[in-house]
Design a protein around this ligand. Structure first.
Ligand code: 13P
Ligand code: SF4
Length: 319
């Protein structure tokens, strides 16, 4: 609409004036993803978002995603202003892994290496030896297992057991899960695949094991997008937040994209394969934060210094 165009124009202007860059996740509204790219920013998975922030010279990082992404940006770029359209956008994995309880859990396994998913608070990261994202978890765990390390994994138990199965690593799992990916249903997916035998099945590893088992490709958001471009299949059944379709359609306009079935299809589904917290980012609150300020992400300096070590270890490993 004309109103949206005007809002986008104003956001672009404010970004330029404030020496800001927009860093968006693939699960945000497609209009935000497009705007990020049109204004010289990026749309990416959590690993690339972290990396982009450290490489870009802008003095303000506008993070359109969820809270942990803003915190990671601040931890890695203390000298930059980091703002978010809505800093209250959380993540069920982060919420269900409180730092105190997690620290006590780690104390029970003093000889274990602590590996945490990026979807955690700064305090949980500060208690860890390694931070990983879904895009780099497998090679890092393989590397640790080859060194004979025993591992504490938190917080996503589905991703944890997938990694355990793939690598054979000795892992203790924290019992967390993502409310969005937990809704994908294995039996319904089996039926759906029979209706679409030509389709490849793409699954984010935060999904339950019985869904992952049916996948042709399991991977991070970036890996799933790459699969749509590179595989010869005419269609894809996708088990992750459906706002990822925006990038998939842009890169592979002739491919047919189908949503994997979720719990309580239709009117009664809870997340409906859309992360409610990613959905808290809109063009209007993006405009507001740039126009009126505030909503700045701050991380206690001592905590940030400790959390930076395991995040930097991941970035160095990824090089
Ligand atoms: P990616 O790192 O694969 O983008 O995943 C982030 C996330 O929150 C998935 O739910
Ligand atoms: Fe967290 Fe799941 Fe939302 Fe990703 S999709 S941010 S893991 S709640």
């Amino acid at each position: 609409t004309a109103e949206e165009q005007e809002l986008k124009r104003k956001i672009a202007e404010l970004l330029q004036k404030q020496n800001g860059v927009l860093v968006a996740h693939y699960y945000t509204d497609g209009r935000i993803q497009d705007l990020a790219e049109q204004t010289g920013g990026c749309v990416a998975d959590s690993l690339e978002m972290a990396r982009f922030g450290t490489m870009h010279p802008a003095s303000t990082l506008v993070v359109a995603g969820v809270r942990f992404m803003g915190e990671t940006a601040k931890i890695l770029n203390n000298e930059k202003r980091v703002i978010m359209p809505d800093p209250a956008a959380t993540c069920s994995l982060d919420e269900n892994c409180p730092a105190d309880a997690f620290s006590a859990f780690c104390d029970d396994y003093p000889d274990h290496t602590v590996v945490v998913y990026a979807n955690t608070s700064a305090a949980v990261k500060a208690r860890s030896d390694w931070v990983v994202t879904s895009g780099i978890a497998l090679p890092i765990i393989r590397h640790l297992a080859a060194d004979g390390k025993k591992i504490i994994w938190a917080p996503d138990r589905h991703l944890g057991s997938y990694i355990q199965q793939e690598t054979g690593a000795d892992m203790v799992l924290w019992p967390g899960s993502c409310i969005v990916h937990e809704e994908f249903r294995a039996v319904a997916l089996q039926r759906f695949r029979r209706l679409h035998p030509e389709a490849a099945v793409l699954v984010h590893p935060e999904s339950p094991a019985a869904v992952i088992e049916q996948a042709d490709v399991v991977g991070s958001t970036t890996a799933l997008i790459k699969a749509v471009v590179s595989l010869p299949h005419p269609s894809f059944i996708v088990a992750t937040d459906k706002r990822i379709f925006n990038k998939m359609k842009q890169l592979a306009p002739t491919k047919i994209l189908l949503e994997a079935p979720t719990e309580g299809e239709g009117a009664t589904c809870v997340s409906c394969a859309r992360c409610p917290w990613m959905g808290m980012n809109s063009l209007s609150n993006l405009y507001e934060v740039l126009r009126y300020g505030g909503r700045e992400i701050e991380v206690d300096a001592d905590l940030a210094a400790r959390a930076r070590i395991p995040i930097q270890r991941m970035l160095d490993f990824a090089k």
